[in-house]
Ligand binder design. Structure first.
Ligand SMILES: [Zn+2]
Length: 123
């Protein structure tokens, strides 16, 4: 596991100016730095990941590679519980590990790629 200082060093070396990689885009998100987006082939939409080491939670470790990104820990979109309360009705859940440019979907996803690993798509 990488320590916080290494995270900060790597983060400061990255371009934060709308950089576009093969499968990852650095995006403007208000005043926040280090927000990146990738296209999720399970949800057919983009997910955002916050990588600024100065940020509070949630925040992810990032290997700095815009072509073959790795984030730690897993990325959970629309969890079944919000603030400890179950979400009623239909919900969509996407839970994945992004590792070396691949996205590994866990079995608790509600979309058809649950349990599968696929390459991230350029966008
Ligand atoms: Zn997704």
């Amino acid at each position: 596991m990488r320590d916080e200082d290494q995270d900060k060093e790597l983060f400061n070396e990255l371009s934060h100016d709308g950089y576009v990689g093969r499968v990852l885009h650095s995006i403007e998100h208000g005043k926040e730095k280090g927000v990146v987006a990738f296209f999720c082939p399970g949800c057919r939409c983009c997910h955002l990941v916050w990588t600024d080491p100065e940020r509070g939670r949630p925040r992810w470790g990032f290997n700095g590679d815009f072509d073959k990104p790795t984030f730690t820990p897993s990325i959970l979109v629309n969890p079944q519980h919000k603030m400890g309360e179950p979400v009623r009705g239909n919900y969509h859940r996407c839970h994945s590990f992004v590792e070396g440019g691949n996205i590994r979907f866990l079995n608790d996803c509600t979309h058809e790629l649950a349990g599968k690993t696929v390459e991230l798509e350029p966008f």
